[in-house]
Design a protein around this ligand. Structure first.
Ligand code: HEC
Length: 113
């Protein structure tokens, strides 16, 4: 019981650390991996939702997507992949999408269709 508590406390402080790390600078490479592993499980051709790549939207549009209510998106990901996206994950995904948006310096289709 004590051990489980300690593990939980450890995980909690790690989560806090990761969240504040995201504030200091989100990681687009990690965001790309997460985007492919979670969002792309549906947002591909014949995946159930429309095909999405960073180039599907402009920087302003992606920024709006992540400012809007993202709870349904997080729930969809959890249902489909079992992964619970925490704010640091979402920050990484957002910075990846925005930095490779249609009007960015490096538009990207994400490699994996
Ligand atoms: C379980 C499947 C599923 C997962 C996983 C999923 N989505 Fe979606 N998403 C949908 C569905 C269904 C819609 C609504 C229909 C549509 O737009 O295709 C939608 C809609 C959207 C829209 C609005 C469509 C538009 O063009 O503006 C965006 C943006 C979006 N999702 C982004 C994401 C992102 C980013 C992730 C990963 C963090 C994600 N989705 C994960 C199924 C999913």
């Amino acid at each position: 019981m004590l051990t489980r508590l300690a593990v939980f406390a450890g995980a909690l402080s790690l989560a806090v650390f990761v969240t504040s790390a995201a504030g200091a600078g989100a990681n687009p490479n990690r965001g790309k991996t997460l985007f492919k592993a979670t969002c792309k499980s549906c947002h591909v051709e014949k995946g159930g939702a429309k095909d999405l790549t960073p180039m599907s939207k402009t920087q302003a549009q992606w920024t709006r997507v992540f400012k809007a209510n993202i709870d349904p998106m997080v729930k969809r990901v959890q249902t489909k992949t079992g992964k619970v996206l925490v704010p640091a994950d979402l920050a990484d995904i957002q910075v990846f999408l925005v930095s490779h948006a249609a009007d960015s310096d490096q538009p990207e289709t994400c490699g994996a269709k």
